[in-house]
Design a protein around this ligand. Structure first.
Ligand SMILES: Nc1ncnc2c1ncn2[C@@H]1O[C@H](COP(=O)(O)OP(=O)(O)O)[C@@H](O)[C@H]1O
Ligand SMILES: [Mg+2]
Length: 287
C-alpha cells in the first residue's frame, strides 16, 4: 500500500530570508536569436521539423528557440521529446538530459491568459518595477516559478527539482517513468486518502512557513511519483505579503479539503487552514 512518504525535512536547508530579485534584462537567448548565426539557424530548422513541436506549437518565437539552443549549449538538455501537457500559458515537454529524463516547461510570450497573471503579480515584491511589457512579465514569471521551486524544496516540500531557467523556459526534474509522466492525484485511485491528506497538509504548512502560498493547489497539481506526492506548478505561487494571499490560501484549502472529502477522508477547509497557519511564518519575504 502506498504510504506517500513525506520527504525528510532534515535533509534540506533552512530557507533564506531574502528574495532574489528577478532579472528580466535581455539575455543570451535574445542575443542568440538576434545574431542568427549558422548554428542557430540549423538548430531552428531541426526543431521546426520535429513532429512534436509542429503539432503543439509551431510558432515558438526566435528568442524562445534561442533559449532552447542555449540550454542545449550549456549541457542541460541533449534532446527534446514529445509534449507532456499543453496548457493555457505553457506547454511542458519531455527532454533528455545527460543523466536523466527532464521536463521542460515553455511559457508562451503571447499567452492567451496573460491578464490572469496580473492578479498574482500585483503586490508581489519581486515584481515591483517590472511594468507590463509582455515579454518581461512572462520572463519574470518563469524565473519566479524557478525561484519558488527552489524555495519550496529548501523548505522540505517535494517538488520537481529545478535545474535551469532561460528566458521563458524552465528545466526541471522529470516525474514519471520510461517517458510516461507521473499521474496526477486526480487520475489515480488514492489508496490511502488519510495519509495522502496529511502529507499535502504538511507541505502546505511548510510552504506557508517559507513565506509562500501555492495559489493553484488541487488534485491536478499534485502527482504521485515513486510512492511520493509531488507538488507541481508553482508559477503563480505568491508570498504571504501579497494582498490576495489569504484568498489564495483559502481557495487552496477549499480545493484540497473538497478533494480528500470526496476520497472518503472527511475534513474541512477551515480545519486545513487552521493547521496550515498555526505557525508564524519564519521568513518575512522581504526584498
Ligand atoms: N516535472 C514534471 N514531470 C512530469 N510531468 C510534469 C512535470 N511538470 C509538469 N508536468 C505535467 O504537465 C502538466 C502541466 O504542468 P503544470 O506545471 O501544472 O502547468 P500548467 O500551468 O499548464 O497547469 C502537469 O499536470 C503534469 O502532468
Ligand atoms: Mg497545472
Amino acid at each position: 500500500m502506498s504510504e506517500y512518504d513525506l520527504v525528510d525535512v532534515d535533509e534540506t536547508d533552512a530557507p533564506g530570508d531574502e528574495w532574489e530579485s528577478l532579472d528580466v534584462a535581455d539575455e543570451e537567448a535574445d542575443r542568440i536569436a538576434r545574431r542568427q548565426d549558422r548554428e542557430f539557424l540549423e538548430f531552428r530548422k531541426r526543431i521546426e521539423n520535429t513532429e512534436q513541436f509542429k503539432v503543439t506549437d509551431s510558432v515558438f518565437d526566435d528568442a524562445t528557440l534561442g533559449a532552447l539552443y542555449k540550454l542545449v549549449q550549456d549541457g542541460y538538455v541533449d534532446a527534446f521529446g514529445g509534449p507532456l501537457s499543453t496548457g493555457k500559458e505553457a506547454n511542458v515537454y519531455l527532454a533528455q538530459g545527460s543523466e536523466a529524463e527532464l521536463a521542460v516547461k515553455i511559457y508562451r510570450i503571447n499567452a492567451s491568459d496573460f491578464r490572469a497573471m496580473r492578479d498574482y503579480l500585483d503586490g508581489d515584491p519581486r515584481f515591483e518595477g517590472i511594468g507590463s511589457d509582455k515579454k518581461k512579465v512572462v520572463v519574470a514569471w518563469t524565473k519566479k516559478e524557478f525561484a519558488n521551486l527552489r524555495r519550496a524544496r529548501e523548505a522540505g516540500v517535494r517538488v520537481p527539482t529545478p535545474k535551469a531557467v532561460q528566458r521563458n523556459v524552465l528545466v526541471m526534474e522529470f516525474l514519471g517513468q520510461n517517458s510516461r509522466r507521473a499521474r496526477r492525484l486526480s487520475e489515480v485511485n488514492v489508496e490511502n486518502p488519510e495519509t495522502a491528506y496529511e502529507v499535502v497538509r504538511e507541505y502546505m504548512r511548510r510552504l506557508y512557513r517559507a513565506g509562500l502560498i501555492h495559489g493553484d493547489l488541487s488534485e491536478y497539481n499534485v502527482v504521485v511519483h515513486d510512492d511520493q506526492l509531488v507538488v507541481l506548478d508553482l508559477g503563480q505561487a505568491v508570498t504571504i505579503h501579497h494582498p490576495n494571499s489569504r484568498d489564495f490560501l483559502e481557495r487552496d484549502c477549499e480545493n484540497v479539503a473538497a478533494f480528500f472529502t470526496r476520497q472518503g477522508h472527511d475534513t474541512s477547509a477551515e480545519d486545513l487552514l487552521a493547521y496550515v497557519t498555526d505557525v508564524e511564518p519564519e521568513s518575512q519575504g522581504t526584498v
